[in-house]
Every structure is written in structure tokens, then in C-alpha cells.
Design a protein around this ligand. Structure first.
Ligand code: DX5
Ligand code: ZN
Length: 217
């Protein structure tokens, strides 16, 4: 399968968000990544439902919504109603993860689970049969524009083997510090979805940068 590219709007120009979403529409991006931060799970606050509804109205791409919030169960229905297609929760924020991912599926969305850099992927062993995607955080969540953590390659290989040996149909997404310099090695390690914020929206030509991330040029 060809890998997917999911530009993160966290580094978009929020004064011209509609314009930036239209750039993504006309690019070869597969999804659009929306980072929701609550100021509790992570030391930053980003945006919530009104922004996601706005993105939904303009975006021609599926919404890949990444929740960096405590107690996400309280808001799953609202994220579905706001337009999320793929909803990813943080492993560390869920006490009853199986219930949470079941509810995401009941609401008609794909379910992803994200792991922070300190969380071993082996902890997902009993969750893999129930999910569609694992998001390996390749920076500590909270901010765009941070440096990629090199140890992530080992986690990706380990997870890739777990998925293969279990015969699961699960995507591996990476998020944080992704650019054209590390994209190819990540795909070779088994990644299926590249999230990129800073490298896309701080570039001179976001459409061309997305094309390079897709073609690995
Ligand atoms: C970080 C977010 C990321 C972020 C990635 O907490 O989850 O999605 O937007 O940004 P870059 O690509 O700038 O590291
Ligand atoms: Zn994210």
C-alpha cells in the first residue's frame, strides 16, 4: 500500500485557515490532521469544536483528529458530529481504552490510539485486535516544530512486527518532527501515515512539500 500524508493544521495560519485548508485540498494529501489540546494532558491549548466544524466544511479530505485531552470519552460524540472521520485518543489518557475504542467504532469512526515517546508499544498487545491505527508520537505532544526523537525507529519496527505476526490490518502513523529528510526511512521502517505540520506550513510552497512527502523526493 502507498503511504498516506496527513498535514497538521497546528502550524497553519489561523487568520487564513480557510485558505490553508484549500491548499491542502488541491494537494496530494490524503487526510487533514487536527490536533486538539486541552491544556491538561499537554501544556498547550489549541482548538476545539468550532474550528473542526469549520475545517469539515471546507476540507475535501477526511479529518484525522488527534485528541491530546484527558477523559476523551466525554466528547466522542461531539467530535463525530463536528466531522471527525478517524479519531485518535492517547493511550495515557484512557483508563478503559477498550470501551473508548468500541464507542468510537459505534459512532461510525475509525479508531486510533496514540502512544507518547515514553510508552512502550508492547502495552498495545491486547488492544491491537480492536483498532484501526496506532499513532507513534515522535515528539512529546503539545507543540509543533519540535525535533524528531530518533529512538522512534525502534518502536516503529517493534510495532510493525507485532502487527505482522498478529495478522492485523492496522495503520502506523507518526507525528512530530516529520520532514522530507526522515520520511523515506520512516516508510521503510513500516510507517503508513506521515503527519507533518511545521515542515508543510512553514515551507514556501506547502502543496509542493506535501507532494514531496508523498513521492518521497
Ligand atoms: C504535536 C502534534 C502534532 C504536530 C506536529 O503535539 O500532535 O500533530 O502538529 O507538528 P510538526 O510536524 O511541526 O512536528
Ligand atoms: Zn497530532
Amino acid at each position: 500500500m502507498d503511504h498516506l500524508v496527513s498535514p497538521s493544521i497546528l502550524t497553519a495560519d489561523f487568520g487564513n485557515l480557510g485558505r490553508d485548508i484549500k491548499l491542502v485540498n488541491k494537494s496530494v494529501a490524503d487526510w487533514i490532521h487536527c490536533d486538539v489540546m486541552d491544556g491538561v494532558f499537554v501544556p498547550n491549548i489549541s482548538f476545539g469544536f468550532p474550528v473542526i466544524e469549520h475545517v469539515r466544511k471546507i476540507s475535501a479530505k477526511p479529518l484525522d483528529v488527534h485528541l491530546m485531552i484527558v477523559d476523551p470519552d466525554r466528547y466522542l460524540t461531539r467530535f463525530r458530529d463536528a466531522g471527525a472521520n478517524i479519531l485518535t485518543v492517547q493511550y495515557e489518557a484512557c483508563t478503559h481504552l477498550h470501551r473508548t475504542v468500541s464507542e468510537i467504532h459505534n459512532l461510525g469512526m475509525k479508531a486510533g490510539v496514540a502512544v507518547n515517546p515514553h510508552t512502550p508499544v508492547t502495552l498495545l498487545k491486547n488492544t491491537l485486535p480492536f483498532i484501526d491505527m496506532v499513532l507513534i508520537m515522535t515528539v512529546n505532544p503539545g507543540f509543533g516544530g519540535q525535533s524528531f526523537i530518533m529512538e522512534s525507529y525502534n518502536k516503529i519496527s517493534e510495532l510493525s512486527k507485532m502487527i505482522f505476526s498478529g495478522g492485523y490490518n492496522i495503520l502506523i502513523e507518526v507525528d512530530g518532527g516529520i520532514d522530507i529528510s526522515n520520511a523515506r526511512r520512516l516508510i521503510e521502517a513500516g510507517v503508513n501515515v506521515l503527519v507533518a505540520g511545521n515542515s508543510v506550513f512553514s515551507s514556501d510552497d506547502p502543496v509542493e512539500t506535501i507532494r514531496k512527502l508523498k513521492r518521497l523526493e
